[in-house]
Design a binder for this molecule. Structure first.
Ligand SMILES: [Zn+2]
Ligand SMILES: [Zn+2]
Length: 304
Protein backbone atom coordinates (compact mmCIF):
# COMPACT_ATOMS: atom_id res chain seq x y z
CA UNK A 1 0.00 0.00 0.00
CA UNK A 2 1.30 3.42 -0.89
CA UNK A 3 0.27 6.77 0.61
CA UNK A 4 1.34 10.04 -1.02
CA UNK A 5 0.85 13.37 0.71
CA UNK A 6 -0.29 16.01 -1.77
CA UNK A 7 -1.02 18.85 0.65
CA UNK A 8 -0.03 19.31 4.30
CA UNK A 9 -0.79 22.95 5.18
CA UNK A 10 -3.74 24.17 7.27
CA UNK A 11 -6.11 26.80 5.92
CA UNK A 12 -3.91 28.41 3.24
CA UNK A 13 -1.10 27.13 1.04
CA UNK A 14 2.52 28.17 1.60
CA UNK A 15 5.45 28.07 -0.83
CA UNK A 16 6.37 24.62 0.48
CA UNK A 17 2.99 23.15 1.34
CA UNK A 18 -0.33 22.98 -0.46
CA UNK A 19 -3.67 22.55 1.33
CA UNK A 20 -5.08 19.13 2.28
CA UNK A 21 -5.04 16.12 -0.03
CA UNK A 22 -3.68 12.59 0.27
CA UNK A 23 -3.55 9.67 -2.18
CA UNK A 24 -3.89 6.04 -1.10
CA UNK A 25 -3.11 3.22 -3.52
CA UNK A 26 -3.89 -0.25 -2.14
CA UNK A 27 -1.63 -3.29 -2.69
CA UNK A 28 -1.71 -4.81 -6.16
CA UNK A 29 -3.90 -2.06 -7.50
CA UNK A 30 -3.13 0.56 -10.09
CA UNK A 31 -6.28 2.45 -9.10
CA UNK A 32 -6.07 4.90 -6.22
CA UNK A 33 -8.19 6.87 -3.76
CA UNK A 34 -7.99 10.56 -2.95
CA UNK A 35 -8.72 11.85 0.56
CA UNK A 36 -9.66 15.55 0.49
CA UNK A 37 -9.09 17.86 -2.42
CA UNK A 38 -7.90 21.32 -1.40
CA UNK A 39 -7.36 24.00 -4.03
CA UNK A 40 -4.70 23.09 -6.66
CA UNK A 41 -4.71 19.40 -5.78
CA UNK A 42 -4.81 18.66 -9.53
CA UNK A 43 -1.55 20.61 -9.93
CA UNK A 44 0.02 18.52 -7.16
CA UNK A 45 -1.17 15.34 -8.91
CA UNK A 46 0.48 16.50 -12.15
CA UNK A 47 3.75 16.92 -10.25
CA UNK A 48 3.49 13.38 -8.81
CA UNK A 49 3.46 9.90 -10.38
CA UNK A 50 -0.33 9.68 -10.01
CA UNK A 51 -2.72 9.86 -12.93
CA UNK A 52 -6.32 11.09 -12.92
CA UNK A 53 -7.14 8.22 -15.29
CA UNK A 54 -6.50 5.80 -12.42
CA UNK A 55 -8.40 7.75 -9.75
CA UNK A 56 -11.33 5.59 -8.57
CA UNK A 57 -12.73 7.23 -5.43
CA UNK A 58 -12.62 10.53 -3.60
CA UNK A 59 -13.34 10.79 0.11
CA UNK A 60 -13.99 14.26 1.49
CA UNK A 61 -13.58 14.65 5.26
CA UNK A 62 -15.45 17.96 5.58
CA UNK A 63 -16.57 20.90 3.51
CA UNK A 64 -14.10 23.58 4.66
CA UNK A 65 -12.43 25.23 1.68
CA UNK A 66 -8.90 24.00 2.41
CA UNK A 67 -10.24 20.44 1.98
CA UNK A 68 -12.64 20.83 -0.94
CA UNK A 69 -11.96 23.90 -3.12
CA UNK A 70 -9.90 21.85 -5.58
CA UNK A 71 -12.64 19.34 -6.24
CA UNK A 72 -14.43 20.87 -9.22
CA UNK A 73 -11.28 21.80 -11.10
CA UNK A 74 -10.11 18.23 -10.71
CA UNK A 75 -13.45 16.73 -11.78
CA UNK A 76 -13.59 19.04 -14.81
CA UNK A 77 -10.01 18.26 -15.88
CA UNK A 78 -10.66 14.54 -15.58
CA UNK A 79 -13.59 15.12 -17.94
CA UNK A 80 -11.54 17.25 -20.40
CA UNK A 81 -9.08 14.32 -20.55
CA UNK A 82 -12.05 12.26 -21.84
CA UNK A 83 -11.61 9.84 -18.99
CA UNK A 84 -14.76 7.71 -19.05
CA UNK A 85 -14.14 5.46 -16.02
CA UNK A 86 -16.75 6.08 -13.31
CA UNK A 87 -15.77 7.93 -10.16
CA UNK A 88 -17.28 7.67 -6.67
CA UNK A 89 -17.34 10.73 -4.44
CA UNK A 90 -17.96 10.17 -0.72
CA UNK A 91 -18.37 12.77 1.99
CA UNK A 92 -20.55 14.41 4.62
CA UNK A 93 -24.07 15.74 4.09
CA UNK A 94 -24.02 18.89 1.96
CA UNK A 95 -21.58 17.43 -0.57
CA UNK A 96 -24.37 16.72 -3.06
CA UNK A 97 -25.85 20.20 -2.80
CA UNK A 98 -22.41 21.79 -3.19
CA UNK A 99 -21.60 19.60 -6.20
CA UNK A 100 -24.97 19.97 -7.90
CA UNK A 101 -24.91 23.76 -7.46
CA UNK A 102 -21.38 24.29 -8.78
CA UNK A 103 -21.92 21.89 -11.67
CA UNK A 104 -25.25 23.46 -12.65
CA UNK A 105 -24.12 27.10 -12.41
CA UNK A 106 -20.83 26.47 -14.21
CA UNK A 107 -22.38 24.12 -16.79
CA UNK A 108 -20.00 21.33 -15.91
CA UNK A 109 -20.95 18.18 -17.79
CA UNK A 110 -18.80 15.12 -17.28
CA UNK A 111 -18.21 12.28 -19.75
CA UNK A 112 -18.07 9.80 -16.84
CA UNK A 113 -20.52 8.69 -14.17
CA UNK A 114 -19.99 10.61 -10.94
CA UNK A 115 -21.63 8.77 -8.07
CA UNK A 116 -22.05 11.12 -5.10
CA UNK A 117 -22.58 9.31 -1.81
CA UNK A 118 -23.35 11.36 1.28
CA UNK A 119 -22.29 9.24 4.23
CA UNK A 120 -24.24 8.99 7.44
CA UNK A 121 -22.11 9.36 10.57
CA UNK A 122 -20.76 6.18 12.16
CA UNK A 123 -21.50 3.88 9.25
CA UNK A 124 -19.28 1.29 7.62
CA UNK A 125 -18.63 1.08 3.90
CA UNK A 126 -17.77 -2.29 2.40
CA UNK A 127 -15.51 -2.16 -0.65
CA UNK A 128 -13.52 -4.99 -2.23
CA UNK A 129 -10.86 -6.10 0.27
CA UNK A 130 -11.54 -3.30 2.73
CA UNK A 131 -14.06 -1.93 5.21
CA UNK A 132 -14.13 1.78 5.84
CA UNK A 133 -15.54 3.01 9.12
CA UNK A 134 -16.84 6.55 9.04
CA UNK A 135 -16.14 8.28 12.34
CA UNK A 136 -17.72 11.58 13.40
CA UNK A 137 -15.04 13.93 14.67
CA UNK A 138 -15.17 17.17 16.65
CA UNK A 139 -14.85 20.30 14.48
CA UNK A 140 -16.86 23.46 13.73
CA UNK A 141 -18.76 21.64 10.93
CA UNK A 142 -19.43 17.93 10.35
CA UNK A 143 -16.02 16.34 9.89
CA UNK A 144 -15.27 12.68 9.31
CA UNK A 145 -12.37 10.38 9.95
CA UNK A 146 -12.01 7.33 7.72
CA UNK A 147 -10.72 4.07 9.25
CA UNK A 148 -9.46 1.89 6.43
CA UNK A 149 -9.52 -1.70 7.70
CA UNK A 150 -8.15 -4.30 5.32
CA UNK A 151 -9.51 -7.83 5.10
CA UNK A 152 -7.10 -10.63 6.09
CA UNK A 153 -4.17 -10.80 3.71
CA UNK A 154 -2.63 -13.96 2.24
CA UNK A 155 0.54 -15.19 3.95
CA UNK A 156 4.04 -14.31 2.73
CA UNK A 157 5.19 -16.03 -0.44
CA UNK A 158 7.97 -18.57 0.11
CA UNK A 159 10.23 -18.24 -2.95
CA UNK A 160 12.55 -21.07 -1.87
CA UNK A 161 9.65 -23.45 -1.54
CA UNK A 162 8.29 -22.40 -4.96
CA UNK A 163 11.70 -23.03 -6.57
CA UNK A 164 11.94 -26.41 -4.84
CA UNK A 165 8.60 -27.33 -6.42
CA UNK A 166 10.10 -26.50 -9.82
CA UNK A 167 7.88 -23.47 -10.43
CA UNK A 168 9.34 -20.94 -12.87
CA UNK A 169 9.30 -17.27 -11.82
CA UNK A 170 6.60 -15.30 -13.60
CA UNK A 171 2.81 -15.20 -13.80
CA UNK A 172 2.39 -18.43 -11.79
CA UNK A 173 3.98 -16.72 -8.79
CA UNK A 174 1.50 -13.87 -9.04
CA UNK A 175 -1.46 -16.25 -9.14
CA UNK A 176 -0.26 -18.20 -6.11
CA UNK A 177 0.42 -14.96 -4.19
CA UNK A 178 -3.16 -13.94 -4.90
CA UNK A 179 -4.44 -17.25 -3.44
CA UNK A 180 -5.16 -18.99 -6.77
CA UNK A 181 -4.38 -22.65 -7.50
CA UNK A 182 -2.11 -23.31 -10.47
CA UNK A 183 -1.49 -26.27 -12.75
CA UNK A 184 2.17 -27.11 -13.36
CA UNK A 185 3.93 -30.19 -14.79
CA UNK A 186 0.90 -32.39 -14.48
CA UNK A 187 -0.17 -31.47 -11.00
CA UNK A 188 -2.24 -28.87 -9.16
CA UNK A 189 -0.31 -26.68 -6.75
CA UNK A 190 -2.32 -25.24 -3.91
CA UNK A 191 -1.35 -21.74 -2.68
CA UNK A 192 -1.05 -23.15 0.87
CA UNK A 193 2.07 -25.02 -0.33
CA UNK A 194 3.97 -21.80 -0.96
CA UNK A 195 2.30 -19.24 1.34
CA UNK A 196 2.90 -18.69 5.06
CA UNK A 197 0.03 -18.22 7.54
CA UNK A 198 -2.58 -15.58 6.62
CA UNK A 199 -1.80 -12.13 8.00
CA UNK A 200 -4.27 -9.75 9.62
CA UNK A 201 -5.24 -6.74 7.49
CA UNK A 202 -3.77 -3.36 8.34
CA UNK A 203 -5.71 -0.65 10.13
CA UNK A 204 -5.18 2.88 8.90
CA UNK A 205 -7.02 6.02 9.93
CA UNK A 206 -7.14 9.27 7.99
CA UNK A 207 -8.58 12.14 9.96
CA UNK A 208 -10.38 15.27 8.93
CA UNK A 209 -9.98 18.37 11.07
CA UNK A 210 -10.68 17.50 14.68
CA UNK A 211 -9.95 18.77 18.18
CA UNK A 212 -10.43 15.39 19.91
CA UNK A 213 -7.94 12.85 18.50
CA UNK A 214 -8.94 10.38 21.22
CA UNK A 215 -12.13 9.76 19.15
CA UNK A 216 -10.02 7.28 17.13
CA UNK A 217 -9.79 5.04 20.23
CA UNK A 218 -12.51 2.60 19.08
CA UNK A 219 -10.58 2.02 15.81
CA UNK A 220 -7.30 1.20 17.56
CA UNK A 221 -4.77 -0.21 17.73
CA UNK A 222 -3.75 1.40 14.45
CA UNK A 223 -0.90 0.61 12.09
CA UNK A 224 -1.01 4.18 10.82
CA UNK A 225 -2.79 7.35 11.91
CA UNK A 226 -2.71 10.47 9.75
CA UNK A 227 -3.94 13.35 11.91
CA UNK A 228 -3.70 17.10 12.13
CA UNK A 229 -1.33 18.81 14.58
CA UNK A 230 -2.19 22.36 13.61
CA UNK A 231 -0.53 24.20 16.52
CA UNK A 232 2.06 23.97 19.24
CA UNK A 233 0.25 24.01 22.58
CA UNK A 234 1.72 27.38 23.72
CA UNK A 235 0.68 29.10 20.48
CA UNK A 236 -2.81 27.62 20.69
CA UNK A 237 -3.17 28.80 24.29
CA UNK A 238 -2.39 32.38 23.17
CA UNK A 239 -4.96 32.46 20.33
CA UNK A 240 -7.62 35.08 21.07
CA UNK A 241 -10.20 32.96 19.30
CA UNK A 242 -9.96 29.16 19.43
CA UNK A 243 -10.63 27.03 16.37
CA UNK A 244 -11.39 23.37 16.78
CA UNK A 245 -7.97 21.93 16.01
CA UNK A 246 -5.53 19.57 17.70
CA UNK A 247 -2.20 20.62 19.21
CA UNK A 248 1.01 18.61 18.92
CA UNK A 249 0.88 17.86 22.64
CA UNK A 250 -2.70 16.61 22.48
CA UNK A 251 -2.01 14.44 19.42
CA UNK A 252 1.00 12.74 21.03
CA UNK A 253 -0.97 11.93 24.17
CA UNK A 254 -3.97 10.51 22.27
CA UNK A 255 -1.83 8.48 19.83
CA UNK A 256 0.05 6.88 22.73
CA UNK A 257 -3.23 5.96 24.45
CA UNK A 258 -4.91 4.60 21.31
CA UNK A 259 -1.89 2.47 20.37
CA UNK A 260 -0.58 3.86 17.08
CA UNK A 261 2.39 2.11 15.48
CA UNK A 262 3.17 4.92 13.03
CA UNK A 263 1.85 8.44 13.50
CA UNK A 264 1.93 10.97 10.68
CA UNK A 265 1.21 14.52 11.78
CA UNK A 266 -0.01 16.95 9.11
CA UNK A 267 -2.17 20.09 8.51
CA UNK A 268 0.37 22.45 10.04
CA UNK A 269 -0.49 26.11 10.57
CA UNK A 270 1.30 28.23 7.94
CA UNK A 271 3.01 30.08 10.82
CA UNK A 272 5.41 27.10 11.06
CA UNK A 273 7.94 26.66 8.30
CA UNK A 274 11.50 26.62 9.59
CA UNK A 275 13.28 23.35 10.49
CA UNK A 276 13.53 24.63 14.09
CA UNK A 277 9.76 25.11 14.31
CA UNK A 278 9.12 21.66 12.83
CA UNK A 279 11.57 20.19 15.34
CA UNK A 280 9.55 21.81 18.15
CA UNK A 281 6.36 20.15 16.85
CA UNK A 282 8.14 16.80 16.75
CA UNK A 283 9.49 17.20 20.29
CA UNK A 284 6.09 18.23 21.63
CA UNK A 285 4.41 15.16 20.12
CA UNK A 286 7.16 12.98 21.58
CA UNK A 287 6.53 14.20 25.13
CA UNK A 288 3.90 11.46 25.29
CA UNK A 289 4.16 9.46 22.07
CA UNK A 290 6.80 6.71 21.89
CA UNK A 291 6.00 5.07 18.50
CA UNK A 292 7.29 5.90 15.03
CA UNK A 293 6.61 9.55 14.16
CA UNK A 294 6.73 11.35 10.82
CA UNK A 295 5.88 14.98 10.10
CA UNK A 296 4.21 15.03 6.68
CA UNK A 297 5.64 17.00 3.77
CA UNK A 298 4.16 17.49 0.32
CA UNK A 299 5.03 14.61 -2.05
CA UNK A 300 6.24 12.45 0.82
CA UNK A 301 5.41 8.77 0.31
CA UNK A 302 4.75 6.09 2.88
CA UNK A 303 4.87 2.45 1.82
CA UNK A 304 3.13 0.02 4.14
ZN1 LIG B 1 -8.38 22.31 7.47
ZN1 LIG C 1 -11.72 22.45 8.88
Amino acid sequence: MEITFLGTSAGVPTRERNVSALALRPDQSSGWNLFDCGEATQHQIMRSELSLYRLERIFITHLHGDHVYGLFGLLASRGMMMCEAPLSLYGPPGLRELSDTVMRLSELRLPYDLDIIELEPDTTLSLPGVEIKVLTLSHSITSYGYCWIEAQRPGRFDRERARALGLPEGPLYGKLKGGERVFHQGRIIDPAEVLGPTRPGRRIAIAGDNDRPELFGPCGPLDLLVHEATYLQADFDKLPRKFKHTTALQLGKAAEEIGVRHLVATHFSPRYGTPQQMQKIKEEIEIYYTGKLTLAEDFMKIIL
